[in-house]
Write a new protein. Structure first.
Length: 333
């Protein structure tokens, strides 16, 4: 099944529509996985091996403005600056837009801005592709459901299918070959005391994309065969912990899930490590603080920076231990 088949199935005859307006703008939040998406069963459609669960960072994410232009090529800009057409960033967006040109084929100026530190590995493809499908929906007047938009966003980047909602979002793995049942849905729970701290340790751009890293892990790590069982164990526990407001259980399970993902990467060949000396030092500090009684946990994605997990009541203590910490409350407007 190709991406365009999925687009046609969702849009029907709307795939031929011309834009209803000359421009549209949309925002989508970035999301942090507490149970990670790592490995695909279908690379074309970004269909995962496992379900995953994330928390969206409310006001933090990407605003994408889409404008129809009279040109032969799309124009891509980020944070107000034009991006070279040859760069991967532009190519991924243009390829995605190729699925949605309408008749006669339209060209766009895509202008994305992120209000999160790029260096945190957060101004990622997730909020970007989610904002882009929301902007397309407005521009063409498709009026798709959130679930349909989630499926389309997944075609751009897997984790983007979780960025259509605020709060806790589960991405169901699904079983269908066309991925119509592989999409995000929001959990009803609201947890105002839940905090995420962005711990910036290094601002250099990541060398290896999560896309390549997960593919290599799946192809070469002897530990990868254990991953589905790990997720099957962790995901229900994380959901129970959210319902029961059991923060230590949530933190512990999320941290262990992330560390298992990184352990698999270390065992891939060539080996993959997103750990810097500062990353390890911060982990050891967190483990020590926890031993001393502070309920503080972390998760880590495909970059060296950590996302700290803690409750509002411990916010001051956590802040006093880490400089460079941006504290976010996903459930507080
Ligand atoms: C470590 O969604 O960026 O953040 O589907 O290839 O675009 P593609 O990958 P991507 O991978 C995200 C990996 C992760 C874990 C997660 O967000 O669940």
């Amino acid at each position: 099944v190709k991406k365009i088949d999925v687009v046609r199935a969702i849009l029907g005859e709307r795939v031929h529509w011309a834009p209803k307006k000359s421009g549209a703008q949309a925002f989508a939040p970035t999301n942090i996985a507490l149970c990670k998406y790592w490995g695909k069963r279908d690379q074309e459609l970004n269909l995962p091996i496992n379900s995953s669960l994330s928390v969206s960072l409310a006001g933090k994410g990407t605003v994408t403005a889409l404008n129809v232009i009279a040109d032969t090529q799309d124009l891509v800009s980020f944070n107000g600056k034009p991006v070279e057409p040859g760069l991967k960033f532009s190519r991924r967006i243009v390829e995605f837009l190729d699925l949605f040109r309408g008749l006669p084929a339209v060209r766009f100026h895509v202008d994305s801005s992120a209000n999160i530190p790029l260096a945190a590995g957060l101004a990622s493809s997730a909020s970007g592709f989610a904002a882009l499908v929301l902007a397309l929906d407005q521009l063409y007047g498709w009026q798709l459901s959130q679930s349909e938009l989630s499926i389309l966003a997944r075609l751009g980047s897997g984790s983007a299918c979780r960025s259509l909602w605020n709060g806790f979002v589960e991405w169901q793995v699904g079983t269908q070959a066309d991925g119509m049942d592989s999409r995000g849905s929001r959990l009803p729970e609201v947890w105002p005391e839940f905090c995420v701290g962005l711990l910036l340790l290094n601002t250099a751009e990541k060398a290896l994309s999560s896309r390549e890293a997960m593919e290599r892990t799946k192809a070469t790590s002897a530990l990868y065969s254990l991953w589905p069982a790990k997720v099957s164990a962790d995901l229900p526990v994380i959901k129970e912990a959210i319902v029961a407001r059991d923060f230590p259980l949530l933190g512990k399970t999320a941290e262990s899930n992330a560390l298992t993902m990184h352990a698999m990467m270390l065992s891939a060949w060539p080996p993959i490590s997103y750990f810097l000396p500062e990353t390890i030092a911060a982990m050891q500090k967190i483990w020590q603080l926890r031993q001393d009684g502070l309920p503080l946990y972390f998760t880590q994605d495909a970059g060296p920076n950590l996302k700290l997990l803690f409750l509002q009541k411990d916010s001051d203590s956590v802040r006093s231990c880490f400089t460079n910490l941006e504290v976010l409350q996903p459930f507080v407007a």
